[in-house]
Design a binder for this molecule. Structure first.
Ligand code: HEC
Length: 175
């Protein structure tokens, strides 16, 4: 019985991923960028960013930056400097690179970027020793291995997903 329900779950899951791949209807370049964004281990953007109703919203919402010209967007993707990530240290001695989500008087929520994919953690503020600027976490340096064409495809997808941009982004636009 258990085995049957596992098999059914697996079948449903593979149907779901099939459906989400087929659901994408946009220009060819954006479709390639979408596949890279979510389904390629090389880019893995979707493990930390959410777009098109998929992914993990640990990184910043890409809605604002999507309108920046391609070269600026490429620079942001390739940059390993951080602006938002913090270093949270707990009274237990544990510390982790953290993207702040929300806070109230009692609790603070962060995405823990030390986990893959990043994990949402809800902490009691009384358990937190300190919150500092991040000094160690870097935006995935693996992005540097993307070819100019792959980078252009990713940017075409981000622009299409956010504001239905249907133009072509050329490799030389991101170099
Ligand atoms: C391990 C998680 C992770 C992965 C993988 C990742 N990102 Fe990010 N991304 C982040 C975080 C966290 C930030 C915010 C860094 C900061 O400035 O503090 C960020 C920032 C960005 C920014 C700048 C956003 C802004 O408004 O400043 C862009 C653009 C971006 N990522 C795109 C991508 C793309 C495209 C990929 C795939 C090639 C990718 N990211 C892969 C976590 C990730």
């Amino acid at each position: 019985m258990l085995r049957v329900s596992f098999a059914i779950t697996a079948a449903v899951l593979s149907l779901c991923s099939l459906a989400s791949q087929q659901e994408f209807s946009g220009p060819e370049q954006a479709r390639r960028g979408y596949a890279l964004f979510f389904d390629s281990p090389k880019a893995a953007c979707g493990s930390c960013h959410a777009l098109s109703g998929r992914g993990t919203p640990a990184g910043p919402d890409l809605k604002v930056i999507a309108r920046v010209p391609p070269r600026g967007l490429a620079t942001a993707i390739l940059s390993t400097r951080t602006q938002y990530v913090q270093e949270v240290k707990l009274k237990s001695g544990q510390s982790f690179p953290a993207m702040p989500v929300k806070q109230d008087d009692q609790t603070a929520e962060y995405y823990d970027l030390a986990r893959t994919p990043p994990e949402l953690r809800k902490l009691a503020r009384s358990d937190i020793e300190s919150v500092r600027d991040n000094e160690n976490w870097k935006h995935p340096p693996a992005s540097a291995d993307l070819t100019s064409q792959e980078l252009a495809d990713l940017i075409a997808y981000i622009k299409y997903a956010v504001y239905k941009y249907t133009g072509t982004v050329k490799p030389e636009d991101v170099e």
